[in-house]
Ligand binder design. Structure first.
Ligand code: PEP
Ligand code: MG
Length: 529
């Protein structure tokens, strides 16, 4: 449960007084009534009317002799800023403009905004909305920024220049901590960093179980720069490149050449290792910024990912051409997101055929035979995995969406975050169904959802027979360490038992009793709340 603690009572009382004064001003006739009058008389919009009224009031207060009354002028400005933010729907801060070290406190941060965070400036962030399994939460973990999402009342309680502690592990934010609390937080941080460094030092050891089974651990990336982190942490390749971030935060579509250069820059860093490029997973919580924005009541259930691409074939073909051209430089796999039925795969393969022909015709160098795989992240795909497996070269299970769609819980909604549990028997049974179907059809099955980044689940995934996992880069050394301490036969036996259990609690208890040692020194449990 996320919590906010204020250790500065005097300060909170003072801020209550300021806020009360602001509320009074908000309702004051000087601002409210005069703005309405101006709108009615001059027929101008509300933002313009507010600015006109406030500019007049500001100069009136600035001309006063009394210090107290002059200060009320700045209160009026603060209140106006808040009114304008609501009227224009804009946030006050442009994240890429932040020029000093801060902890960012916002009502909400989109995945695109989070991806613009400059690591040397933003030391942590706190949002009122969202959950750790949203794309914003995932990016925070990739960037290794301490974050607490879904706090609900941080934005109204935290003021500029407050000192705050962001404990992403416990989901706690402390405002104006006492000295002792600060010392303890510093110790916790130093301890965390020491343990992380110890895991990273062993990150390059092979990912092999005690009884000799290989379980390669790859990395998930959102931006090309992250490929270096995957290599540094000992990743065996890229298991998921979320390519949509190149399309966000801009007002047009990237050109084929821009995309080609971007993919090539990733592949060239690891030409010998597999690089799994996922085609555009746009919309849902990652809407485009430009005129093509869709007006959908339920974006997560709408024109997202492959549905969008099969509709906008020109956008899709541009990306596919860039991928096939870049594939010449390494070992590329192509991954299709949000497949819900086999027909979508067949339709996509027809489009790929056209793309290959057009590249041939243009005489451009490209790689013809790329492995094509699908994300298993919609329950209907997991249930028809046997049909889909016959059309593709591999599966990659996306538990973030598989859990969202199986449990009917919005992965970005803090109120239903309690329903997010990879050990839910329905979720496990869908993973098992997809895995067994893949193996029956002689194709490998991978996992790139966040379940793969959590060592508590590594024995389950090993026992279910997953062939490869792809984790958040920072989790790679921890998961490799887990694999090295496990025995595949023992994991398979544990899974047989797990599949007979009926609750997440029973399953977790069984895992802790069988594999508890694995989690004693665990860095990653923290985000599971
Ligand atoms: C998933 O759904 O598990 C996944 C890996 O894709 P994304 O988080 O980008 O939706
Ligand atoms: Mg997904």
């Amino acid at each position: 449960m996320r919590r906010i603690i204020s250790e500065d009572k005097a300060n909170s009382r003072e801020s209550v007084h300021i806020l009360e004064a602001h509320l009074v001003l908000l309702k004051d006739k000087m601002i409210y009534n005069r703005t309405i009058e101006v709108i009615e008389k001059d027929l101008i919009n509300a933002e313009w009317a507010v600015m006109r009224v406030v500019t007049g009031l500001k100069s009136m207060f600035e001309g006063m002799d009394d210090d107290y009354l002059r200060d009320r002028g700045s209160d009026i400005l603060h209140v106006t800023e808040r009114i304008m933010t609501h009227l224009t729907g804009s946030d006050v801060v442009n994240i890429s403009d932040i020029d000093k070290r801060v902890i960012l406190v916002a009502r909400d941060l989109s995945p695109a905004e989070t991806s613009q965070i400059q690591l040397e400036r933003v030391m942590g962030f706190v949002t009122d909305f969202g959950a750790s399994t949203s794309h914003t939460g995932i990016i925070a973990r990739s960037l290794e920024i301490p974050a607490v999402l879904g706090l609900e009342n941080g934005y109204s309680q935290i003021k500029n220049n407050d000192i705050i502690i962001v404990d992403g592990g416990a989901g706690v934010v402390v405002i104006n901590p006492k000295e002792q609390t600060l010392i303890e937080a510093e110790e916790l941080k130093a301890n965390y960093e020491a343990r992380r460094a110890a895991y990273t030092r062993r990150g390059h050891l092979p990912s092999k179980t005690k009884d000799g089974c290989d379980l390669p651990i790859m990395g998930n990336i959102e931006l090309p720069e992250e490929v270096v982190a995957v290599l540094d942490k000992g990743g065996d390749g890229i298991g998921l490149y979320r390519t949509e971030f190149q399309y966000l935060s801009r007002r047009d579509f990237p050109s084929e050449d821009e995309l080609f250069e971007n993919y090539k820059s990733v592949i060239e860093v690891m030409p010998e290792k597999p690089v799994t490029i996922r085609t555009l997973d746009i919309n849902g919580d990652k809407a485009l910024n430009h005129i093509n924005v869709l007006d959908e009541a339920n974006p997560a259930l709408g024109m997202r990912a492959i549905r969008y691409c099969l509709e906008k074939t020109d956008v899709f073909k541009t990306q596919l051409r860039a991928i096939y051209r870049a594939a010449k430089f390494g070992r590329v796999r192509l991954l299709l997101p949000m497949i819900s039925r086999v027909q979508e795969v067949i339709e996509t393969k027809t489009i790929i055929g056209e793309v290959v022909n057009s590249l041939k015709k243009d005489g451009l160098p490209f790689q013809k035979d790329i492995q094509i795989g699908v994300m298993i992240e919609v329950p209907s795909a997991a249930l028809t995995a046997d049909q889909i497996a016959k059309q593709v070269d591999f599966f990659s299970i996306g538990t973030n969406d598989l859990i969202q769609y199986t449990m009917a819980m919005d992965r970005g909604n803090q109120h239903v975050a309690y329903l997010y549990n990879p050990l839910n028997p329905a979720v496990l049974s869908l993973i098992k169904n997809a895995t067994d179907a893949a193996h029956k059809n002689n194709i490998p099955v991978f996992m790139c959802g966040e379940m793969a980044s959590e060592p508590l689940y590594t024995p389950v995934l090993l026992g279910l027979g997953l062939d490869e996992l792809s984790a958040n880069p920072q989790a790679i050394p921890v998961i490799k360490n887990a694999v090295r301490t496990l025995d595949a036969k023992q994991a398979r036996l544990a899974v047989e038992q797990i599949m007979t259990l009926t609750s997440e609690q029973e399953i977790e208890a069984l895992l802790l009793s069988n594999f508890g040692d694995l989690f004693n020194n665990n860095l990653n449990r923290s985000w599971r709340r």
